[in-house]
Design a protein around this ligand. Structure first.
Ligand SMILES: [Zn+2]
Length: 754
């Protein structure tokens, strides 16, 4: 069938709406034709060409090329037939005026804090200045102190440091990247009394231990530096001066001193070439084996024999950021929005992060524009967004979501995010009541390397993950593998923590979200947030031929087309009910494990076991006693989870049985009930100590920053020994799940003719 027939077909579709709703089964021949047309408009070389120009100069917030990229993207959206505009926000974005890091004493050393250009790479060709080594929202300061090494600088590392009998009070802490959100490293150092923090990339994590270094291979070269934000996003992301509100011109702003997400101590990122000198200056005992990286040195805990001088001074002025918003109005349901986003700002050239995902988004927008040019109209409104300011703290997406929050709550159906994209296997995260939609798409997209569907490849990966001896949560991996092995069940998608632009939608507004990427074979991790994340690196090591960047466009394009053309809601509640039941099992098991650990530790402390095994020639300490864990009444959550299973089955069955042929009135009622059902999972109370995070099912951990914590109000209260919060959030979370089930029951009643 070709173009003209397509047109004929669309007329028939509208008729179907009038006569009755379209069921959400396998795609109709018309949808398949549309998607074939869509695919034909996706060209890997074109994507590559866009990435090359977007990544040709440094494009961090405030840079001329970042603004130019926003204007370029706007012009192309318009040329492709979208109703597009730029929305600006004025946000606090500090940039370095002066920074220095020196080792004092008999063998003085000055850290370079710069990345030298590499011949034949954009890093050498570009004319605009790149940001030097910098951590946005560190606290500025000028300190001289001894140095102490604290491994990844995460909570468990401070617990281990306590056992070594070493304190960081009044010291400068040096930690390596990895194992958690960068911002937690200087934050925990600050909370333990340190006066400064240095973060370096150890070659064990993303350098020569992993693969050859750039330009001979993909991994981080000795002089490579990972820039980044260290704002305390576990409290709230976005512009630090305007929590909960958009950073518009007339917004009421906090002062820098009042902003809780800005740290109080100076911090800098350095390369492993520089870090080696500082690590070799450490005295004290050798660190535990798990703390030793791959530098050819003896890793010691410190303190250093010589003082370290760390000084950072920044320009704390507001900068303008440029979000590009493109709208294609829906023909049948204009007030129902399908949202799609990817950021366009980088730390330097940002080729893999974020422009690989951005290029895919642009390719989708062009293809959808060409479908519209040939007469197709989406039923729902499609909103494409190209965010600025993601790198410093998800700022562009958060300020936009905070500004348009009320309208988004009334109109948003789903927000689909992408970011860095590499060659490899599909990575899906998000609201699990959209697993059925994602499964359908993943089954219909063919993987270029293997020829099977990307869904089949993902299932294989999830099944093998259960066999991985290194797997952190073995029981969880086993449960997921079991589902992935069953072809009749939807592909399980992971819960979302934080780390990209879905956060404000999912965790602040309660709007459902999906995160879609490919990865695991390409290797952009080695140049993450460095001067070497260039077009050349992406082309050589991350996605040769831009094949998987184009595949990302085909994958997400299908999600957008199916969402924007379906009459019926696309949620399947059964998958969500299964996830909740799994998370509840995990949380109950966690309470038991914590209880046992506290009892065991109490006995060990009582028997002076820690003191007895300590080597008297070395410093040592005993752990801070754990609180004894009381019994918790999980009944409200258990009841809510059981009820959810019943309501979910009732709704899914009613949808399958009665969905097709619904009267327009009934269809409108079901659509209205399901448009905001996921928002029932967000409570105005928010999570303890961080009310910006409203979602009671999905949140980043306060001690992970990136990693997801499901049933966070309950799970984290158990982990952090806040027993009152456990009981309070068992109730609050049960109430949220019951509200979700109420909504399902109402929708099922409408579907069943009630
Ligand atoms: Zn990114």
């Amino acid at each position: 069938m070709h173009r003209s027939s397509f047109l004929v077909v669309s007329v028939v579709l509208c008729a179907a709406t009038v006569l009755g709703a379209q069921a959400s089964g396998p795609v109709t021949p018309d949808q398949a034709t549309l998607e074939k047309e869509f695919d034909a408009a996706i060209h890997p070389d074109e994507l590559g060409g866009w990435m090359k120009s977007l990544a040709s100069q440094p494009n961090h917030v405030g840079s001329p090329h970042d603004k130019a990229n926003a204007e370029w993207i706007l012009a192309h959206f318009k040329a492709w037939g979208w109703d597009a505009h730029i929305e600006t926000f004025d946000v606090l974005y500090p940039t370095p005026i002066h920074e220095t890091l020196k080792l004092l004493g008999r063998k003085p050393f000055k850290a370079t804090l710069q990345e030298k250009p590499i011949k034949g790479d954009s890093s050498a060709a570009a004319k605009d200045p790149a940001l030097p080594a910098y951590l946005a929202y560190q606290g500025d300061g000028d300190v001289k102190a001894e140095l102490v090494y604290v491994n990844y600088g995460m909570k468990e590392d401070y617990d281990a440091l306590e056992r070594l009998g070493v304190s960081v009070k009044g010291k400068i802490v040096i930690v390596r990247y990895g194992s958690g959100w960068r911002g937690l490293k200087p934050k925990l150092a600050q909370e333990h009394g340190a006066v400064g923090c240095i973060i370096y990339s150890d070659p064990r994590d993303d350098g020569y231990s992993v693969e050859a270094t750039y330009p001979n291979g993909p991994m981080r070269p000795p002089q490579g530096i990972q820039r980044g934000s260290v704002q305390d996003m576990t409290l709230y992301p976005g512009d630090p001066l305007t929590p909960d509100i958009g950073a518009t011109k007339d917004a009421k702003r906090l002062s820098v001193a009042q902003a809780r997400t800005i740290l109080k101590i100076p911090a800098l990122p350095i390369s492993y070439a520089d870090a080696r000198v500082f690590l070799e200056a450490l005295g004290g005992q050798v660190v535990p084996a798990a703390w030793r990286g791959s530098l050819p040195i003896t890793y010691r805990v410190g303190p250093s024999k010589a003082l370290v001088h760390l000084a950072v001074k920044s320009d704390w002025s507001l900068k303008t950021i440029y979000d590009v918003i493109a709208v294609m109005k829906g023909s049948a349901y204009p007030d129902q929005w399908v949202l799609r986003g990817n950021h366009h700002d980088g730390w330097v050239f940002g080729a893999s992060d974020p422009l690989s995902g951005q290029a895919a988004l642009l390719s989708e927008a062009k293809a959808i524009g060409s479908l519209a040019a040939s007469g197709w109209r989406p039923k729902r409104t499609i909103v494409y967004t190209s965010w600025d300011g993601e790198e410093p703290g998800l700022i562009g997406s958060t300020e936009w979501a905070e500004t348009h929050g009320d309208e988004l709550k009334q109109k948003a159906i789903l927000y689909i995010n992408s970011d860095t994209n590499n060659r490899g296997i599909l990575e899906l995260g998000g609201s699990q009541d959209f697993e059925h939609l994602a499964t359908g798409v993943a089954a219909d997209v063919s993987d270029p390397e293997t020829g099977v569907s990307v869904g089949q490849r993902l299932r294989a990966k999830l099944r093998l993950a259960a066999l991985d001896p290194e797997a952190k949560e073995k029981d969880h991996a086993k449960a997921i593998a079991k589902i992935a092995a069953d072809p009749d069940r939807d592909v399980p998608i992971a819960a979302l923590g934080s780390g990209s632009d879905y956060s404000a939608f999912l965790q602040h507004l309660g709007v459902p979200a999906l995160s879609v990427e490919y990865g695991g074979e390409g290797n952009s991790g080695g140049v993450y947030h460095s001067r070497y994340d260039t077009f050349e690196h992406h082309k050589r090591f991350d996605d040769p031929g831009f094949v998987y960047d184009a595949l990302l466009a085909k994958t997400i394009g299908r999600l957008v087309l199916r969402l924007s053309d379906a009459d019926l809601p696309l949620q399947q509640a059964g998958d969500f009910a299964d996830s909740i039941s799994l998370y509840l099992t995990e949380v109950k098991k966690l309470a038991g494990e914590k209880r046992e650990a506290a009892e065991t530790q109490a006995k060990l402390l009582n028997d002076r076991a820690f003191a007895l095994v300590a080597d008297p020639t070395k410093s040592s300490g005993t752990p801070t006693p754990l609180k004894q864990v009381p019994q918790f009444d999980f009944a409200p959550l258990e009841k809510a989870s059981e009820r959810l299973k019943t309501s979910a089955k009732g709704y899914d069955d009613a949808l399958a049985k009665s969905g097709a042929g619904l009267s327009p009135d009934r269809l409108a009622r079901v659509q209205a009930l399901m448009q905001s059902i996921d928002q029932t999972l967000a409570s105005d109370t928010g999570l303890p100590g961080r009310p910006w995070f409203k979602n009671l099912i999905y949140a980043p951990g306060t001690l992970t920053g990136y990693g997801a914590k499901t049933l966070p109000g309950v799970r984290e209260a158990i982990e952090q020994q806040r027993w009152d919060d456990v009981n309070r959030y068992i109730k609050l979370t049960a109430d949220a799940l019951n509200a979700y089930s109420d909504r399902l029951d109402s929708a099922a009643a409408v579907l069943n003719g009630g």
